[in-house]
Design a protein around this ligand. Structure first.
Ligand SMILES: [Zn+2]
Length: 157
């Protein structure tokens, strides 16, 4: 394996670099957690501008992103939650705060599914159909990535 601090190669199975003494496991995990969180946020923000719902009436169909019209408030709340949660994961010194965020993130994902379910009640099974767009799936993925980064961070405590 290779030391992240001094770059020297050596045999694995140790917790500290034998050359410079840097702790090995705890220097790698925050970087992984940071990367996972950044990917999660990037995917989520991109997803806000992609079609969240597709509403079809007869042969006409229209897509809505979370930044459109009456979905915009949900989109803005989601951005605030994302930014707050990532700040907590990246700067959090206390594992209780991070744990609360991970639970909050899971609740948020359930909320997302619920929001979609509410909108899909417009669907009457014949003339009007409501289906999930790529933005919905990407938001789920982004949310899972952010929760995973919190879990990685907690494992490191
Ligand atoms: Zn080293």
């Amino acid at each position: 394996m290779r030391c992240n601090n001094c770059g020297n190669e050596f045999a694995g199975g140790v917790n500290f670099c034998p050359i410079c003494g840097a702790p090995l496991s705890s220097s790698a995990e925050p970087k992984l957690s940071l990367l996972v969180a950044l990917v999660g946020v990037a995917v989520s923000i991109l997803a806000l501008f992609l079609p969240f719902l597709k509403v079809s009436i007869f042969i006409a169909s229209e897509t809505m992103s979370l930044m459109d019209g009456n979905l915009r408030n949900d989109g803005l709340i989601l951005i605030a939650v994302l930014v707050g949660g990532v700040l907590l994961i990246l700067t959090g010194k206390n594992s209780k705060g991070i744990r609360n965020f991970v639970v909050g993130g899971i609740v948020c994902l359930i909320g997302l599914v619920d929001l979609f379910n509410n909108k899909s009640k417009l669907s009457d099974g014949s003339f009007i159909t409501v289906s999930a767009g790529i933005g919905f799936y990407l938001l789920m993925l982004g949310g899972i990535a952010i929760i995973a980064s919190g879990v990685l961070r907690l494992k490191n405590k």
